[in-house]
Write a protein that binds this ligand. Sequence first.
Ligand code: HEM
Ligand SMILES: *[C@@H]1O[C@H](CO)[C@@H](O)[C@H](O)[C@H]1NC(C)=O
Ligand SMILES: *[C@@H]1O[C@H](CO)[C@@H](O)[C@H](O)[C@H]1NC(C)=O
Ligand SMILES: CC(=O)N[C@H]1CO[C@H](CO)[C@@H](O)[C@@H]1O
Length: 495
Amino acid sequence: MNDFVLLIVALIAAWASVVLSRRRRGPGANLPPGPRPLPIVGNIFQLSGEPHKSLTELAKTHGPLMSLRLGTQLAVVASSPEIAAEILHKRGHAFSNRSIPDAVRIHNFDKASWNTMPTDSAGWKKFRRVGREQLFSHQALQKTEGQRHETLRKLTEHVRGFSERGHVMNVGEATFTTMTDLVFSTLFSINLSTDSIGNKELKEHVNGITRYIGTPNISDFYPILAPLDLQGIRRKIGYHLGSLMGLVNGLIEKRMRQRMDSDYKKMNDFLDTLLEQTHYEFTIKEMINLCVDITIAGADTGAATTEWVIVELLLNPDKMAKLKAELKSVLGDKSIMEGSDISKLPYLQATINEVFRFHPVAPMLGPREAGEDTQVNGYTIPKDVRIIVNFWAITRDPNIWENPESFEPERFLGKDINFEGQHFELIPFSSGRRICPGMPLGSRMLFCMVATLCHNFDWEFEGGTDTKAKLHQREDVFGLPLQKKFPLRAKPIKV
Ligand code: HEM
Ligand SMILES: *[C@@H]1O[C@H](CO)[C@@H](O)[C@H](O)[C@H]1NC(C)=O
Ligand SMILES: *[C@@H]1O[C@H](CO)[C@@H](O)[C@H](O)[C@H]1NC(C)=O
Ligand SMILES: CC(=O)N[C@H]1CO[C@H](CO)[C@@H](O)[C@@H]1O
């Protein structure tokens, strides 16, 4: 963070800090322990540009439930499976609202977005219901199997092009295109061709939004300064969000015009379902937000996870060989995997579990807020406090995982652990009321993308087996999702 800006901010905010901290930390407050806050700035300087890692370090000293002061804001951080279960599950109701980053308070998006509405609002319940019924249920997923097959076929064609030319490719870009293609074909029956300009634009907007949303920032630490938008984050997000909303709005309007034609042939996709208005009754604004929400939440997360899987398999050729052997024996000549194959592929499942542990794309899940004063582990968490479940700390805890710093899919073989939210040592999609609704679709697509890329191609890092090429492969950049610092560039070789 820019120290100069922070200094100015600190001075302006001084009075607020004093007033608020008197009110919040009054006598009788029984807050969880935590690092001593400095006057005014609190513990901000103890967070680096990689807050998930700094918080993991702090928890080693202060324990799995600690409190921090970030500017004038109080935050409570959970860093163990037991405390995560208390917060997400046992006392889930009290902690189910989002703490909304200042950055998304724009275009009124936060008022009607799936990701930010309170769980007891009619809007959130409606979004949740339409998602469950039309996109993520077993039945809905069966209906869209063909679309996934088609996007995977396009991915294979795209990669084959590179292999035939002997070219290196950017793997994350291809997986991102595949995920957005899937989202757009499922929602709007639209074909994004693998290299069209529209897709570049889309990626720019989605990345522009996700890169800034996850980052803690001054406006969040000092809400009274938020209107000033000192770092310009809200403006940047606003531009990208506005563009994405405009794009989706255009698609909806076009469809509405088409539907007025007497010879309109029903598409029977998600958008048609929304427009039928039979039992959901969405406003146009809600439809736009819903589709934008799904695009933002769905495309990057799945794409980044797939990229991490390929990176780890390239760094661990023996694991890649094991996976390829399993794929060969189960899929044989079939080049594109289907959802129903997943259960026959235990090593693939173990590999994906290990990547969810080793490279969780949402290392601190989604930020929450305490709805009322709540007792957790003998401490009182006051109303309105920001709640962070630091899943990253859980993934790196040697008391839970043997050799947490090494990539070992084998640790999951024969173990009854899955990522669906019942095992709190592995919660990449979170758990409880607000668990990622896209998990059934996201995980299925992830399995199929990884299998398709590994079954049909051998891969080589750009620069070959040179160790320098491998050196920085595991470095990440904080954001939502947690992305690779240097994009994976690798050469596919058709098998
Ligand atoms: C590997 C893929 C994915 C991962 C790891 C992931 C993870 C997460 C996490 C950790 C949350 C926050 C939950 C919480 O607050 O506790 C979340 C929320 C959400 N995800 Fe996902 N997600 C993935 C894919 C998807 C996909 C494919 C979709 C949709 C097509 C999706 C839609 C959403 C939505 C709408 C929310 C907001 C839910 C709410 O606030 O109520 N996600 N996801
Ligand atoms: C998308 O393109 C494929 C061929 O690449 C075609 O078979 C399919 O019908 C197209 N879908 C739509 C909705 O245009
Ligand atoms: C969530 O937020 C809404 C609206 O601000 C509020 O009415 C509700 O009490 C909150 N619920 C919880 C559990 O925090
Ligand atoms: C802690 C912090 O200041 N995070 C980010 C705030 O936003 C800027 C971009 O505007 C980032 O560069 C900072 O890392």
